[in-house]
Design a protein around this ligand. Structure first.
Ligand code: OAD
Length: 292
């Protein structure tokens, strides 16, 4: 049996739910103009975005990885939260038992999320792990050599950096940001890369929340749910009784859902305000609640 798609039935479930867990991914910020990692928009020049998100990629070509992150950073600094972010933030105000996990580093979901997997796109830290962290660095570009990643172009024109036919601007490693503390090497983006550990204290806190009791609803919003440990939370929530609701434009995201679960196909920024309307009230196009 396919999952349910009835908004009315879902609203009843949200109304009656006490403990709600949400797992959000890059798709939540797609409507804010931020590209996802996988699927459409997952290619950067002709690199898979995920192939640039590793310590090995940085070691092999720090200038290329810095250009990629300097560009994502530039986009994130210009982006505004969308109605999906606002809807989650409103739900968090209304439901004490709501825990929102996000894998996004753009900062847009920060105010909706109680726990963050990694929120530190704007932090830079020492690649040689001396412990130095430059928190919330808003410099854009990060340094003069990375200026090609911070250019604004009209929407109908392609930024030269994004055109794989235009060679990557030559950048000397000496001109990339260096660690002012240990002075032994480069600074790197403060994000958690593949193969690196998430913050242990944060993971423990989430585990404590999960095992505390029955979970009524598990929301999976805009994530391919491909990366552990985040991906494992759906299984854990199901074991604690949760119905799962997936919001994603890609029909394959509904795979594995049963007839007691829900699938809402489309843009999270459009769908979440509708889904939560019974709890948060009606939201206008700017994310303001106009009727509660
Ligand atoms: P992905 O880029 O893997 O997946 C994005 C998901 O969002 C896909 O399932 C899309 O179908 C969906 N999507 C696209 N537009 C959407 C929209 N408007 N509304 C709702 N959904 C939409 O992103 P994540 O699952 O977040 O890690 O990726 C998890 C981790 O893998 C990231 O933190 C990052 C990435 O590689 C690192 O960089 C280490």
């Amino acid at each position: 049996m396919p999952p349910r798609t009835s908004v009315a039935e879902f609203r009843e479930l949200v109304n009656s739910s006490t403990r709600i867990l949400a797992l959000c991914g890059a798709g939540l910020s797609a409507a804010s103009g931020l590209p996802t990692f996988r699927g459409a928009g997952g290619l950067w020049r002709n690199h898979e975005s995920t192939s640039l998100a590793t310590p090995e990629a940085f070691e092999a070509d720090p200038a290329l990885v810095w250009l990629f992150y300097a560009w994502r950073r530039h986009m994130a600094l210009r982006a505004r939260p969308n109605r999906g972010h606002y809807a989650l933030a409103e739900l968090a105000k209304k439901k004490d038992g709501f825990l929102c996990l996000t894998q996004n580093v753009d900062g847009e979901s920060r105010f909706a999320a109680r726990r963050m997997a990694c929120i530190v796109l704007l932090d830079n830290k020492c690649f040689n792990e001396c412990g130095y962290v430059d928190h919330n660095n808003l410099d854009d570009p990060v340094c003069p050599a990375l200026a090609p990643a911070a250019e604004d172009y009209p929407p109908d024109k392609t930024l030269p950096l994004l055109d794989p036919n235009v060679p990557v601007p030559p950048i000397n490693v000496e001109d990339l940001p260096h660690c002012p503390n240990c002075k032994t090497g480069l600074l790197r983006p403060g994000v958690v890369w593949f193969g690196e550990a998430l913050d242990e204290a944060m993971l423990r806190e989430v585990d404590v929340w999960v095992v505390r009791g029955k979970i009524d609803l598990m929301l999976v919003v805009g994530t391919a749910a491909a990366v552990y440990p985040a991906a494992g939370y759906t299984r854990q929530a199901k074991r604690r009784g949760a119905a799962v609701a997936v919001v994603n434009p890609d029909p394959s995201a509904a795979e594995g859902l049963s007839s007691r679960d829900f699938f809402f196909q489309g843009d999270a920024a459009e769908i979440l305000p509708q889904l939560f309307e019974g709890v948060i009230g009606k939201m206008d196009q700017n994310g303001q609640i106009i009727e509660s």
